[in-house]
Design a protein around this ligand. Structure first.
Ligand code: F6P
Length: 344
């Protein structure tokens, strides 16, 4: 078969390992030929692709980013070309199937294309780990490792200066990265969108911590999507992006002055930002991504169009793409109750 691959949406450690897994298995087991569309759906729209022979994927499993590039172009947006545009590009180059690697937006698009009869399978990716249709997405554990390493660094400088350090991590509307990195780094408070603490509660935990010892400074981890339960009206005066969604980032800076004022402890805020997405995937994500890539090419050969690969327990299975777009995976109450015991 001739198979097209694309990576779309925000980048994520492990994208190259998926490509490598699909190409190596496709080449050895099925004698497939691969092409890679450049910059996601933009490459499909503009008919820009490169051949992916086996030698091109040698050694890329450990590289961060994506060798194909990515963008947020969507075939169903203005000038995107629609399902007919995608179909024409595939027919013109006799491409039998597409593997789309992306987050909820990409999988939503893939589902619409599958409904229009395009032979497509999905591979879920996101550092946020917010897709319900898989136990974990690759990239998440690497983002947690990077966040944890940087929280450890913040703690060190915080301890030296007897300051409270507030660190903001990614996650969009969920708190998975904050929960895991905060727990790993031994944070004294973790703020997540699912169970929003009040500013007063945060300040109480910070004060409790400070009262216990001057040598260990309070460390607060905040998910970017967190809004305090008692947020003053102007607390989240976010700018909106072109789709009317809030541009996240900045909650740590907004929180820091409240903590400083209420506790009298000098407080500094840091946004970890895109460093959580860059860099090499860790071993867990390389393995998961490679297994996803291999399972995706199997799915193509089984004719599992309109489906995506997924992790359930330790098994790689597949699910309808509609599962991926149905619901966001939020931190459940049991995990919140568990971590809250560690605060203060
Ligand atoms: O969805 C992944 C993610 O990294 C979010 O955690 C973050 O809010 C967003 O993407 C940032 O997007 P961009 O790279 O477009 O700024």
């Amino acid at each position: 078969m001739k198979v097209g691959i694309l990576t779309s949406g925000g980048d994520c450690p492990g994208l190259n390992a998926v490509i490598r897994g699909a190409v190596l298995k496709g080449d050895s087991i099925y004698e497939d030929e691969f092409v890679g569309y450049l910059d996601g759906w933009k490459g499909v729209r503009d008919d820009e692709f490169i051949p992916i022979p086996r030698r091109l994927v040698r050694g890329i499993g450990r590289q961060g980013g994506t060798i194909l590039g990515t963008s947020r172009v969507n075939p169903f947006h203005e000038d995107g070309g629609g399902a007919d545009g995608v179909r024409k590009v595939l027919e013109d180059h006799e491409i039998d199937a597409l593997i789309a690697i992306g987050g909820d937006g990409t999988l939503y698009t893939a589902n619409r294309l599958a409904e229009a009869g395009i032979p497509i399978v999905g591979v879920p990716k996101t550092v946020d780990n917010d897709l319900d249709a898989t136990d974990y997405t690759f990239g998440f554990h690497t983002a947690v490792d990077i966040a944890t390493e940087n929280l450890d660094r913040l703690r060190m400088t915080g301890n030296s200066h007897h300051r409270c350090m507030v660190a903001e991590v990614m996650g969009r509307s969920v708190g998975w990265i904050a929960l895991h990195s905060g727990m790993a780094a031994g944070a004294h408070v973790i703020c997540i969108p699912e169970f929003p603490l009040t500013i007063e509660e945060i300040c109480d935990y910070v004060a409790q911590r400070a009262a216990r010892s001057k040598r260990r400074s309070p460390l607060v981890v905040v998910a970017e999507g967190y809004v305090p339960k008692d947020a003053p009206a102007d607390f989240m005066d976010y700018e909106m992006d072109e789709f009317g969604r809030p541009i996240l980032g900045g909650v740590a800076q907004r929180l820091a002055p409240y903590i400083e004022e209420a506790t009298g402890i000098e407080t500094r805020a840091t946004v970890l930002g895109h460093i959580q997405r860059g860099g090499e995937p860790n071993a867990y994500d390389r393995v998961l991504a490679t297994r996803f890539g291999m399972a995706a090419i199997d799915l193509v050969h089984e004719g599992g169009f309109g489906r995506m690969v997924s992790l359930r327990g330790t098994d790689i299975v597949d699910e309808p793409l509609t599962e991926a777009i149905d619901s966001v995976k939020r931190v459940p109450k049991s995990r919140w109750d568990e971590v809250r015991v560690l605060f203060g």
